[in-house]
Design a protein around this ligand. Structure first.
Ligand code: CO
Length: 151
């Protein structure tokens, strides 16, 4: 259990592609646990490994329906569209409208290496897209159609 430092948008680690996870070991388990603690501490709904400086295809998400751990995730199906506000722990205080698919199915592995499929709608679908793009070295800022003024 440890809180890791969240890399902010000027950090080049956020713009590099991540490597596939091949070792489903203790180190991966610790990374996942730390990412969960870090996401909760900063009140995020998702966190990708590059945001804590690790270039591996690892994501944690909790949109209020429980923890989802995604190792080597990829989107295998997407349908519909939604428009809504999006933010990122690496870009604090900035929110913008982003169009995403409304329903997204992801294929991933769990921390033991077992493959599973998970389908999410609305906020969960948005989180899948946002976090998986982090693994490609992309931030949501590129997709913002309109920035939202903070109160
Ligand atoms: Co983000």
């Amino acid at each position: 259990m440890a809180i890791r430092e969240i890399r902010k948008k000027d950090d080049e680690v956020l713009y590099k592609p991540c490597k596939e996870v091949v070792a489903f070991d203790k180190k991966l388990a610790i990374l996942l646990d730390d990412m969960y603690d870090t996401m909760k501490k900063y009140e995020g709904v998702g966190l990708a490994a590059p945001q804590v400086g690790i270039l591996k295809r690892v994501v944690v998400i909790d949109v209020g329906e429980g923890l989802i751990e995604l190792v080597n995730p990829k989107i295998v199906e997407a349908s519909g569209t939604q428009n809504g506000p999006e933010g990122c722990l690496s870009v604090p205080g900035v929110f913008g409208e982003v169009e995403r698919p409304n329903q997204v199915t992801v294929e991933a592995q769990d921390r033991s290496g077992n493959t599973f499929f998970i389908t999410g709608e609305e906020l969960l679908a948005r989180a899948f897209c946002h976090e998986i793009e982090h693994l490609e070295g992309k931030l949501f800022l590129d997709r913002v159609t309109k920035f939202i003024e903070n109160e």
